[in-house]
Ligand binder design. Structure first.
Ligand code: ZN
Length: 171
């Protein structure tokens, strides 16, 4: 690895450790010419994942887009950006575990709903309402009724669930 200070190409590794839950290796290196230290990271390169939309169109998997649509569902909820990042990490791990290079947007949506349901029920209902696009209205309304009766939401709480500002353009 070329030294960022003097461009010399020989170095020695002085420290090596696992980071990000074992998914990357961080190495501290020391230049053999100028003795300056620098850091490199090593990680597994995955084949790019393609997402099949409900229209049949294919598009590359986009982490930022997924973060944004979950973030919209979590607006004003006690869910931090770090929690959303972790949620997406778990989804990506389960997608990588299947070893498929193609996944339907529906499968990703189901994974998000599973995770959100455990994390925040209001965010879950918001995401589900946008994601499912009210196509299975009966099932969806039963789900909402169940959540509403559980939490004993008053009229104000129900209004918050369906705040039109929380809708995204996700389809
Ligand atoms: Zn150097």
């Amino acid at each position: 690895m070329r030294c960022p200070s003097c461009n010399h190409v020989e170095d020695k590794v002085v420290d090596s450790r696992l980071t990000r839950g074992g998914r990357t290796i961080r190495r501290r290196r020391e230049c053999l010419a100028c003795t300056k230290r620098f850091t490199t990271y090593e990680y597994v390169e995955h084949e790019p994942l393609s997402v099949r939309k409900t229209t049949g169109a294919m598009e590359p998997y986009d982490r930022v887009k997924l973060l944004r649509s979950i973030g919209t569902a979590c607006a004003k909820r006690p869910v931090s950006l770090a929690m959303i990042e972790e949620l997406v990490d778990r989804i990506e791990e389960s997608l990588e575990a299947t070893d498929k290079r193609e996944v339907s947007s529906q499968s990703i949506g189901e994974l998000v709903m599973q995770q959100l349901r455990a994390l925040d029920q209001v965010a879950y209902v918001r995401f589900a309402s946008v994601y499912r696009n009210f196509q299975d209205t009966t099932e969806f309304m039963e789900e909402v009724r169940e959540l509403v009766s559980k939490a004993q939401y008053r009229a104000r709480g129900q209004q918050e669930l369906f705040d039109p500002e929380t809708k995204s353009e996700e389809g």
